[in-house]
Design a protein around this ligand. Structure first.
Ligand code: PDD
Length: 279
């Protein structure tokens, strides 16, 4: 992680960044966040991430403390040139004089940003394991809230089972991963669940659909049942920090050939080329 972070208007060493224990992010998880990749020092799809941030802030009735241009400037200052990093930004409803669930009269949001190095590539030829679990989260999964206890417990259950992700189902249908979106190749078609309050509208998800459509790879945004996912020849998880990871084992059962599939190989290459073209 970079040593310098941003907190409420200041750039300072991580060890000096301090907030009040009365911060509503700490007491209630009352805040939202974004994770934005930056390739070779350039922010990837910043506009889309900031639009999603606007939507999250609107959902929790908190004003954006910065314009998009201010955000670009603020975040760029933290990046190192020439390497791949990810920006974590968080806005909470700030510290209040007393602990009360209702909003305080005066709100001074806490704005925090930190930057870490990323190395998301999975070697070609290596796939990873996942488990399926009941989606125990709330009804506002399209808001990128810092309130992530359910996601934390789901991801830990996956790790406890030697897996990299929990793939979630609600009422028999696929939603997403604990911290990722999910794609499947079923009968030759690349599928992912449609956007709804049940999933986070992933930016990586949008990029993959865009690239697939441009390259005439058949794809569809549609509901996927447990039984349909069992038939999948390929399953992937996608996110800003992990990019596109092929899952070759779900609940101890082999997916497809047990190796990353042909559609994944094609998409992975196209995705890398797309990144390069922007850098
Ligand atoms: N999480 N769904 C959930 C629940 C997520 O937490 C994430 C990303 C995604 C993928 O979204 P995107 O492609 O925009 O990164 C989907 C981030 C990386 C995190 O919480 O660290």
């Amino acid at each position: 992680m970079n040593d310098i972070v941003y907190l409420n208007g200041e750039y300072l060493p991580l060890s000096e960044a301090k907030i009040s224990v009365m911060d509503r992010g700490f007491l209630f998880g009352d805040g939202v966040y974004e994770v934005i990749p930056a390739y070779s020092g350039k922010l990837f799809r910043l506009g889309n991430h900031l639009e999603r941030l606007d939507n999250s802030l609107k959902a929790i009735r908190l004003q954006n403390p910065h314009s998009h241009e201010q955000w670009r400037e603020l975040l760029t200052k933290l990046l190192k040139e020439g390497i791949d990093q990810s920006v974590y930004l968080q806005i909470t409803r700030g510290a209040a004089p007393k602990r009360d669930h209702a909003f305080p009269k005066e709100v001074n949001p806490t704005v925090f940003v930190m930057v870490s190095n990323i190395n998301p590539h999975t070697d070609e030829g290596v796939g990873l394991k996942a488990i399926s679990m009941e989606d125990s989260r709330w009804k506002l999964c399209d808001t990128k809230a810092i309130t992530l206890l359910a996601n934390v417990l789901l991801r830990q259950a996956a790790v406890d089972n030697g897996c990299v992700e929990a793939i979630l189902f609600k009422e028999g249908y696929l939603t997403e991963g604990a911290a990722s979106n999910v794609f499947a190749v079923i009968d030759g078609v690349l599928m992912t669940p449609p956007k709804s309050p049940a999933i986070l509208p992933g930016i990586t998800r949008d990029v993959i659909l865009e690239i697939a459509r441009k390259n005439n790879i058949p794809c569809s945004e549609q509901a996927i049942s447990v039984d349909e996912l069992k038939k999948a020849s390929e399953i992937w998880i996608t996110s800003s920090t992990r990019e596109i990871i092929p899952i070759v084992d779900l609940d101890g059962k082999t997916v497809g050939t047990g190796k990353p599939g042909e559609v994944w190989k094609a998409l992975f290459k196209l995705f890398q080329a797309h990144k390069q073209s922007l850098a």
